[in-house]
Ligand binder design. Structure first.
Ligand SMILES: Nc1ncnc2c1ncn2[C@@H]1O[C@H](COP(=O)(O)OP(=O)(O)OP(=O)(O)O)[C@@H](O)[C@H]1O
Length: 851
């Protein structure tokens, strides 16, 4: 326990797995947590005066238990026995060999194959943040700098599993619910960072990486090295071969709200699907991760986008080639992570087999592609790794065990010594059989046998009845009840050789295996390059399949300021419609100069939001270089997409819904550009009608008059906004059509030019099962309101309707009650009252009169 306490004191924030014999044990608070998370038994053991809690599991189960602990947000320090217990007297030396944290792990069970696992390091100076991101499992290493908004955008985009920051600085509120870890100040020093990075990359300066200017980013990156090497004991980082700046200017920007609202990588509800879920048909982890990255960082450069599109088009045409490639892709493992494990000396022989197979498949793909030289215009050539394949083939056996200790990894003919020892080992059994036979003949003891145990080694066993026939040169070693055990000189010598051989074979194989791994590591750059290309090719193959299966077309990207989509569809909704229903495609045309803002009105449930979102998603898919769900799409490239939806709840952030709505709208207005696409969905609805209409009107006006003239889709129930098109030439009215039949409505879901008069909200309330009393009363009020052309006097009208239709005469009531009711009624704002609130008000009025 003294040894345990000393080690534990060095890792107060981590859960310490303490190796004791064949078990990993936890003690005290760690044991309580471990037993809760893993559902294993918690025991107590006497400890000095009191008791200490204890929970443990067999060491071989660590691979299945460790991920559960890390997934539960634990930092786990693995403390191993550093020497062979057989070779020492007293307490065996122990030490922490690895600290596994949510953001630093190679464990396949903790990692998600199609998602990067980033660790983010933050360094703040004044109001500016330096950020560095590393995925230790794949070797990606990125830096960036910027204000809080940029930081939040990076966090949302890269979704780090863990954040490290300086002990003396404050973590922004918005990141408090993440796994955060404070690091000592010394780790965040620029000279330290510069030295660490240049010595890791073996360069004089960081100029070659284009990050030299990013002082804060470099400082944050240095802290990553401190954390990996000093804190978590991951010093073997050869697979981190470069550091890159996140070039934000190259990408189409979407803020957090937009990423969420368009359900790009996460669906809004648990059962739902995200855009990524719908379009991801990749076969490899590299392809899956790249597609995710592309979706959150779409391109702006038309040339780069077209390279991607042309590759998909090519694959669509070359069907049989695509089929062959897809088959080969399926046999390619997570090359990036295998390379990571190789560098960290954590790769098992079995995984080396996967690596070998992956390279073989890549080589086959390379050969296929060589037949089509045109492809080189769209994807860089794969590097020929035939030599490496040969090397692995020549050094390792075809079938390899999971664990190197199982042996039989290195091929015959590689090491003379190994072959000799193996020979000795395999001949061993025959030697013993021969000796046994010889001794039986010499002594006449027919039941004599030769065996082995851990205490005496090899021995000859003779039953007591034959004791008298034992020759003199045998040395007695042990007496049993019915038998005696002997050793001989010959047996001892054999034992020395054979036992030594086994141990030597183990050691030698391990050494040779490490050698092989080191030699494979020489090819790290080529392997990483091929892995990157596989990601790109896999993305293209997946998107090609998607375009064929779901009838997507190749978009045309240009420098114009318009978006012209014909028969566009919403890719997620079209996949989630009930059987038998098909998505109704729609045309959308937006142009900076002629049709800058489209005011979309139409009944509730008609499909207004769907049209807004599909327009953004189609543009976004086009800019990641994917075909799009439309008959025809011409997109003047966008640099920003903004979306705002009126009155979404954000109570958890401690802000009123309307405040959030206005905050976010303000953010849009302050950041627009001439290549922005803005979706405003019922903006203003979170306040009273008058305020709402006024704000919505003013926002639309502002966007119209803004020199950048950003393209905007504006869905609204404020039909008053249709009047804007009279005075604002680039605002055009459209509505989503419905058909009325016998008091019911049929949703046609077609976007048609012109405004609409009704919202049919009451009809939707009826569909939703609202009590008929409320529905009827709402219809009554609606009729009166509709007879009023202007909104100004509608309140008056409602009041009149209310007074005329009340069945209860106020004059029958006592005066104080009457006063209260009058007051209550005057406080009601009918324009913002929902049917449910109306019912509740009615109920409270009833209570006032004692009913
Ligand atoms: N073009 C379409 N084809 C088929 N179904 C559609 C289409 N557009 C929308 N829908 C269906 O109608 C539902 C409602 O659409 P949406 O949310 O866009 O309506 P809305 O007009 O914005 O409604 P509200 O004004 O109440 O917010 C969608 O969830 C989808 O199931």
């Amino acid at each position: 326990m003294t040894q345990y306490n000393t080690i534990k004191a060095k890792y107060p924030d981590a859960l310490l797995l303490f190796r004791v014999g064949d078990f990993y044990e936890t003690f005290g608070q760690d044991a309580i947590k471990t037993s809760q998370i893993l559902g294993i038994v918690l025991t107590k053991r006497a400890n000095g005066e009191g008791h200490i809690e204890l929970a443990g599991f067999p060491h071989h189960s660590v691979d299945s238990y460790l991920p559960k602990l890390v997934r539960a947000g634990m930092r786990v320090a693995i403390c191993d026995q550093l020497e062979d217990p057989k070779s020492v007297k007293g307490i065996v030396k122990r030490g922490v060999t690895e600290l596994v944290t949510p953001g630093v792990t190679f464990n396949d069970q903790v990692l998600t194959s199609k998602k990067n696992n980033f660790l983010l390091s933050l360094h703040k100076e004044k109001e500016k943040y330096g950020m560095a991101l590393v995925d230790v499992s794949t070797g990606e290493f990125l830096v960036s700098e910027g204000n809080l908004e940029k930081l939040l955008h990076i966090v949302h985009t890269f979704d780090p599993s863990e954040i490290i920051y300086q002990r003396t600085s404050e973590i922004p509120n918005q990141l408090r619910n993440k796994n955060v870890f404070k690091l000592e100040d010394w780790a965040f020093k620029y000279p330290y960072a510069y030295e660490k990075l240049t010595s890791h990359f073996k360069t004089q300066s960081l100029k070659g990486f284009g990050i030299d200017e990013h002082k804060l980013g470099i400082t944050a990156a240095g802290a990553i090295f401190a954390y990996l090497v000093e804190d978590t004991h991951h010093a073997l980082l050869q697979h981190i071969t470069r550091i890159q700046v996140i070039p934000q200017d190259d990408y189409l920007m979407m803020d957090n709200f937009t990423l969420r609202n368009l359900e790009i990588v996460y669906s809004a509800n648990h059962q739902g699907k995200s855009l990524l879920d719908i379009i991801d048909k990749t076969s490899t982890p590299m392809g899956g991760r790249l597609l995710r990255r592309r979706l959150i960082l779409p391109l702006k450069n038309i040339g780069d986008i077209n390279r991607r599109l042309n590759l998909i088009e090519f694959l669509n045409k070359e069907d049989s080639l695509k089929y062959d490639i897809k088959d080969l892709l399926k046999g390619i493992s997570d090359l990036d992570r295998l390379i990571g494990k190789l560098a960290a000396e954590k790769i098992s022989p079995k995984e080396l087999v996967y690596l070998r197979q992956s390279i073989i498949n890549i080589n086959e793909i390379r050969k296929h592609l060589l037949k089509f030289p045109d492809v080189l215009a769209w994807i860089d050539p794969f590097i020929n790794l035939e030599e490496l394949i040969e090397f692995i083939k020549n050094h390792l056996n075809d079938e390899l065990p999971v664990n190197i200790n199982k042996g039989n990894v290195i091929k015959e003919g590689i090491s003379e010594e190994l072959d000799h020892l193996r020979n000795l080992q395999s001949k061993g059994r025959g030697f013993l059989d021969d000796m046994c036979q010889r001794e039986i003949e010499r002594t006449g003891i027919t039941s004599l046998k030769i065996d082995f145990n851990g205490v005496f080694g090899y021995y000859i066993e003779v039953r007591n009845t034959h004791k008298d026939k034992v020759p003199e040169d045998w040395i007695r070693k042990q007496t049993l009840v019915n038998a005696e055990r002997y050793i001989t000189e010959e047996l001892k010598e054999y034992e020395n050789q054979i036992l030594g051989a086994e141990e030597k074979i183990g050691k030698l194989e391990l050494e040779l295996y490490r050698n092989v791994c080191e030699n494979v590591l020489i090819y790290i750059d080529q392997l990483q390059e091929n892995s990157k290309l596989i990601g790109e090719l896999d993305c293209a193959v997946g998107l090609s399949d998607l375009s064929v299966e779901d009838n997507y077309t190749k978009p045309i990207l240009n420098d114009s300021f318009s978006i012209d989509i014909q028969e566009g569809r919403h890719p997620i909704i079209e996949k989630s419609l009930p059987l038998g229903e098909s998505y109704i495609p729609n045309d959308v045309f937006l142009d900076k100069d002629s049709q800058q803002i489209i005011m979309v009105t139409g009944p509730n449930m008609a499909g207004k939001s769907a049209i807004l979102r599909q327009t953004a998603i189609i543009a976004l898919l086009a800019q990641i270089g994917s075909f799009v769900p439309a008959k025809h799409a011409e997109i003047g490239t966008l640099d920003k997409i903004f979306t705002r939806v009126g009155a979404t709840d954000n109570l958890s952030a401690g802000e009123s819904t309307f405040m959030v709505e206005m905050n976010e709208a303000a953010n849009i207005l302050n950041n627009i550009s001439d290549r922005s696409l803005i979706l405003l969905d019922e903006i203003g609805r979170g306040t009273s009608t008058y305020d709402g209409v006024s704000i919505a009107w003013a926002i639309a006006e502002y966007l119209h008059q803004h020199p950048t003239q950003p393209k905007t889709l504006f869905a609204t129930h404020y039909h008053e906004l249709n009047e804007m098109s009279v005075n604002f030439e680039r605002i055009k009215n459209f509505h989503v059509s419905i058909q009325e039949a016998k008091g019911n409505i049929i949703f046609l879901r077609k976007l048609i030019s012109g405004g609409s008069e009704h919202s049919f909200g009451i009809h939707v309330a009826k569909l939703a099962g609202m009590p008929s009393k409320v529905v009827n009363r709402a219809n009554e009020i609606l009729k009166t309101l509709e007879s009023t052309r202007t909104t100004q006097d509608s309140g008056e009208k409602i009041k009149r309707v209310t007074e005329e239709n009340l069945q209860l005469s106020f004059f029958q009531l006592d005066d104080p009650v009457l006063e209260n009711i009058r007051e209550e009624l005057t406080r009601i704002d009918i324009n913002t009252l929902t049917p449910i609130e109306a019912l509740m008000k009615l109920n409270s009025i009833k209570k006032m009169i004692g009913r």
